[in-house]
Design a protein around this ligand. Structure first.
Ligand SMILES: [Cu+2]
Length: 320
């Protein structure tokens, strides 16, 4: 065996990693189901890159292990193969190419470049949809009556949500043109009668929402894994984040007198883990980073959202 043991160790470790990776979706260790309109596109890009990196990973690791095995020093310290042995048989067909350093370097420069260019073009539209302000379909001029906006302010260690009052919200809907200035000022200018909630983001299905993201202290990252949303919150900046939820996960609970999440409209379970959608902080922001968890409540329609807003407004500031 001798020094060949290293190649075995490397080979077994890489194989174990690959198998572990391969079976993880079967064990449920995978991304949760996407519940926003752009989730499919984001996942598609993820899988594209996964396929490319898997191919590169397998090729490079196999070559590495084969070479470690073949060219390991023998136990008596002699080189494994005579200096003039030439190319091993399995590389013979590529001998001329591999002997030409210039061509080899061209190949390992051009091939990755092509792959990168393909990824660049593949992602451009998805990135624009998620990040370009011109693709934000939530402006006050649109005829779509999209009036869902929330100011989210991160702090150590919670998410503070600010919603418009019910009357203001209804004013935006009733007269978009006249209230446009007020609508657009919502993120920047808090009102005395805004509705404040901690760690609960309430939106409704099939409707774009804009989150005006700020932080009161350090950098946090607003991460909604189920919606494939992640955006850093930077001190001194207000960053808009928008997405459109495609599934409902909450309902009114008569006995508790409040809306509860983790609810699958088609299911029977009282609390369904797959329908519990976290707001996580994806930036290590201090000792309490781990407990900086909020929840997303997707109501079935605007009327139900308004009902929640109404109840919450009446109740005053409510905490989780
Ligand atoms: Cu944080």
């Amino acid at each position: 065996m001798g020094n060949k043991g290293w190649s075995v160790l490397f080979g077994v470790t890489m194989l174990a990693c690959a198998i572990g990776f391969g079976i993880s979706p079967l064990m449920g260790w995978w991304m949760p189901e996407g519940v926003s309109t752009h989730a499919g596109a984001v996942d598609g890009l993820f899988y594209l890159i996964l396929v490319v990196t898997t191919i590169a990973f397998v090729i490079t690791e196999v070559i590495l292990v084969v070479f470690m095995w073949r060219y390991a020093e023998t136990p008596d310290g002699k080189p494994p193969i005579a200096a003039n042995a030439g190319f091993p048989s399995f590389l013979k067909p590529f001998e001329r190419f591999l002997n030409d350093q210039h061509k080899v370097e061209l190949a390992w420069t051009i091939v990755p470049s092509i792959v990168l260019v393909v990824i660049v073009f593949a992602q451009v539209n998805t990135w624009a949809d998620i990040k370009y302000a011109t693709r934000n379909r939530n402006d006050a001029t649109a005829a779509n009556k999209a009036r869902s906006q929330v100011a989210v302010s991160a702090r150590q260690f919670e998410w503070r949500m600010r919603y418009p009052s019910v009357s203001r919200f209804k004013g935006w809907m009733a007269n978009p043109a006249a209230t446009r200035k007020d609508f657009e000022s919502f993120g920047k200018i808090p009102h005395f009668n805004d509705v404040h909630v901690v760690n609960e983001l309430h939106i409704w299905k099939d409707h774009p929402v804009v989150v005006h993201l700020t932080t009161r202290d350090v950098i946090h990252s607003f991460n909604l894994p189920n919606f494939r949303v992640k955006q850093d919150a930077l001190p001194g900046k207000m960053i808009p984040v928008w997405f459109t939820p495609t599934k409902v996960n909450c309902k009114w609970d008569e006995s508790r007198q409040r809306y509860i999440d983790g609810y699958d409209p088609a299911g029977k379970k009282e609390k369904d883990k797959e329908y519990t959608w976290d707001i996580a902080c994806a930036e290590l922001c201090g000792w309490g980073h781990y407990r900086m968890i909020g929840r997303v409540f997707v109501h079935k329609d605007q009327a139900e959202f308004l009902d929640w807003l109404q109840k919450t407004e009446a109740e005053g500031t409510r905490r989780n």
